[in-house]
Write a protein that binds this ligand. Structure first.
Ligand code: ATP
Ligand code: ZN
Length: 735
């Protein structure tokens, strides 16, 4: 009800708005709008909450929202200086909140995650010539006059650089009145790419695919495509043509990449094609820069963004194209906070924006493959490598018959092949998906295994750092000299290999070779990793020993052979996606070899050469793998032929967590269409001191599982104390 004695000229309802805040509550809060301020849904505003000030978004107010007396509400503090979120963006955020069963504020947080104070670009000072000439002439001053004779404004630093003088010379000329200063607008967040800067000659298959993509961009309608091309077929060059068309239309492009380490080479490649680098968006970009990009994207000034999954939440004003490179990659799934899959949500965003989307992979996810087979996604096929070389088949090395001697991990045949490769001037890559020196440390005297005090995992020895570390929680401790259990001195022995240990073995086998370990956890972070990748590209390394980081999208021209140390590692446990992941990973890692002049070779050390995944890899028969895997999933009612939602219940006390999980199971709404399985102790039963139990809800494909889970949670007992319930729709991990 409007207050009858309202002093305002406006009806009270118009002076109350809902503001969604980036916090974990179910709905938006109401605020009063101060006199003279004009706000509409989508506007970003600063509001008080308790003692804090928060950025929030003015949210559409439901028709049945009760009238509130503005006099009892807090006032909006001010409008934040960015264009409002568009209705399409608001629809997108709502869609994700609904689908993932997450409070909308948590999803908004993904869209507003940058530092408010860093939002403004810094003004710069420019200089230009006046009519006055210097009284004291020097050679340096003469160079400045010459460089600036055209009368144009230049930034101070730029003027000094062009004239090859120190900045103090410029300052002196300003003091003498020979130069005048001008305030320049902030540097643009990104320069405009030129669609015709350097256009490549495309192969016929690339041309055909590119033409279809360009046509899709011109149509300005939602149209999902899959570029399904073998490793090294030039998928990037092909989708660049669609990017070029989008730039020509003056619209924006979003390119998602799974791995920051990949973006460096990509940015250079983009610059070769389009003359400038695109805007880059991920956690390693400074918050100041992110603030500028955020605004540049919202104003339309930034035309191409390449980024990690969080770039999906940028406020594009005119999104004309989305690309998801390496769409099968597991890194697209966010596993904490809002559990969302960036690839799937990218498809949703493209639909809401009425834009084409291109998924790109040599080993599509099973979901995408099924969508392509059913004709929901248009498949564009690139069957051949650009360089004309063949995609390497994987040759098995049967560890039961020709394994390495005890305590070593490189089979004699693999060692020989490496030696031969290096002698011929090529590079070799050894792939082992285990960081550190040894995955397990054991006492020879009492058999004790050293585990993390707060997780159910073994501590991993990191010899470079001389520590034992937990890969779950980051706990670290110096390597003890005595067994912590029986106190026997010098009895601890490392078991099994990690990349550091493999490095040691390579050094012993091939002492002349230049060997490099590539692993995401080594000191120096992204910068160091980029430098190392560059060194490999430039041929400064003979043997690369790497974790899954090396399997992704890299283009190492000199790489001639790949050896997979432990091909079976991912197949052990009962994860429904184990076969798919192993196939993708090993196919991708083999695909790094022979991309330029030489034919590549790849070797697979395995105890199970007869396993269907190994057979498909060895036969080079991708379709056989997909046919079989699709049949299994369909038969067993597994995704994408059924829908899953995992609930992870955790707490500091195991009995309480277990009891809560059982109570949740007991109150699940009954319907024929959903089966609730569990609770069961999670495979990772303890993480960071929290005991974990899992429930799994399984439904038929077309069933609205999100609504079901929402209703379930609404009627469920509250999680109190240390208890927490995480909801994971379409789970990727079953740990
Ligand atoms: N039309 C072309 N003109 C010039 N160079 C090309 C062309 N197509 C591809 N290339 C080159 O071939 C190499 C492989 O291409 P690219 O990296 O795009 O392959 P990809 O299909 O993305 O492979 P992967 O799936 O393994 O990452 C690159 O060096 C690329 O520059
Ligand atoms: Zn731990």
């Amino acid at each position: 009800m409007a207050a009858p004695d309202s002093p305002s000229l406006f009806p009270a309802q118009e002076r109350v708005v809902d503001v969604l805040l980036p916090v974990a509550v179910g709905s938006a809060y109401s605020y009063a709008v101060p006199q003279g301020m004009d706000v509409a849904p989508g506007d970003i505003v600063v509001v008080p909450l308790g003692t804090r000030r928060l950025l929030g978004c003015v949210w559409p107010r439901g028709e049945d929202a009760p009238a509130v007396d503005p006099a009892r509400l807090k006032l909006i503090h001010r409008r934040y200086d960015v264009p409002p979120l568009r209705p399409e963006m608001i629809a997108f955020l709502r869609w994700i909140a609904d689908y993932t069963v997450t409070p909308p504020g948590m999803v908004l947080r993904l869209a507003l995650r940058h530092d408010e104070s860093a939002g403004f670009g810094r003004e710069r000072t420019g200089v230009r010539l006046t009519d006055k000439r210097p009284e004291r002439a020097t050679v340096a001053r003469g160079r400045v006059l010459e460089a600036l004779a055209d009368g144009f404004v230049r930034a101070k630093a730029e003027a000094a650089r062009e004239a090859a003088v120190s900045p103090s010379v410029i300052d002196g000329l300003i003091d003498d009145g020979v130069l005048e200063t001008v305030v320049l607008p902030p540097e643009p967040a990104a320069e405009t790419p030129d669609p015709d800067h350097d256009t490549p000659e495309l192969l016929p298959a690339q041309r055909e695919a590119a033409d279809r993509l360009v046509a899709a961009v011109k149509t300005r309608a939602f149209a999902p495509h899959l570029i399904d091309g073998v490793t090294g077929s030039g998928k990037t060059e092909t989708y660049f043509e669609a990017v070029a068309e989008t730039i020509r239309q003056g619209r924006q492009t979003l390119i998602l990449m799974p791995e920051i380490a990949l973006t460096q080479a990509f940015l250079d490649r983009f610059a070769r094609r389009f003359g400038v680098r695109p805007a880059e968006w991920h956690s390693a970009v400074s918050s100041r820069r992110r603030g500028r990009i955020f605004k540049g994207v919202a104003s339309g000034e930034v035309s191409v963004v390449v980024g990690a999954r969080s770039a999906l939440f940028l406020p594009f004003t005119d999104l004309g194209l989305i690309i998801v490179d390496e769409e099968h990659d597991g890194a697209y799934k966010q596993e904490d906070g809002v559990h969302y899959h960036a690839r799937d949500m990218a498809v949703v965003r493209a639909r809401l924006e009425a834009a084409p989307i291109i998924l790109v992979s040599a080993t599509p996810s099973l979901e995408t493959e099924v969508n392509a087979r059913r004709g929901r996604y248009a498949r564009l096929h690139l069957p051949e490598r650009f360089a004309g070389t063949r995609v390497p088949r994987l040759e098995p090395i049967d560890l039961r018959k020709e394994g390495p001697p005890r305590g070593r991990w490189i089979a004699p045949r693999l060692a020989q092949e490496m030696e031969r490769t290096i002698e011929a001037g090529g590079q070799a890559l050894l792939f082992l998906n285990r960081r550190g020196y040894a995955p397990l440390t054991l006492c020879r005297a009492c058999g004790h295994r050293i585990r993390c005090p707060s997780c159910s995992s073994w501590l991993v020895e990191h010899r470079f750092r001389r520590r034992l570390e937990c890969h779950q929680c980051g706990y670290a401790t110096p390597v003890p000299s005595d067994c912590p259990n029986c106190h026997e001195p010098n009895a601890l022995i490392p078991c099994g290999p990690g990349v550091e240990r493999l490095h040691e073995e390579v050094a012993a086998l091939l002492p002349q070779a230049r060997t490099q370990v590539l692993s995401s956890d080594l000191a120096g972070g992204v910068e160091r990793l980029r430098a190392e990748l560059k060194a490999i590209e430039d041929g400064e390394v003979d043997v690369i020993v790497g974790t899954q980081l090396v399997a992704k999208g890299h283009n190492f021209p000199g790489l001639a052979m790949v050896g997979v140390i432990d091909a079976d590692v991912g197949l052990g446990h009962g994860d429904p996606r184990a076969a798919e992941r192993t196939f993708q990973l090993l196919h991708q890692v083999a695909g790094r070899a022979g991309r330029h002049n030489v034919e590549g070779r790849a070797f697979l050390q395995t105890y199970m050469p007869e396993h269907p995944v190994m057979q498909a890899l060895v036969a080079g028969d991708r379709d056989a793998f997909y046919d079989r895997e699709i049949a299994i999933r369909e038969e067993a009612h597994l995704p994408p032929f059924a829908r899953f939602c995992a609930l992870i219940v955790s707490g500091t006390e195991a009995p309480a967590a277990h009891a809560h999980a059982r109570a949740l199971a007991a109150c699940s709404p009954f319907t024929d269409e959903v089966r609730v399985l569990g609770p069961a102790e999670a495979p990772l039963a303890l993480v960071r001191g929290r005991h974990r139990f899992r429930l799994l809800a399984r439904a038929e494909r077309g069933f609205d599982l999100s609504s079901y889970v929402r209703a379930w949670m609404a009627g469920a007992p509250r999680a109190t104390g240390s208890l927490r319930v995480e909801i994971d729709i379409d789970p990727q991990s079953f740990l």
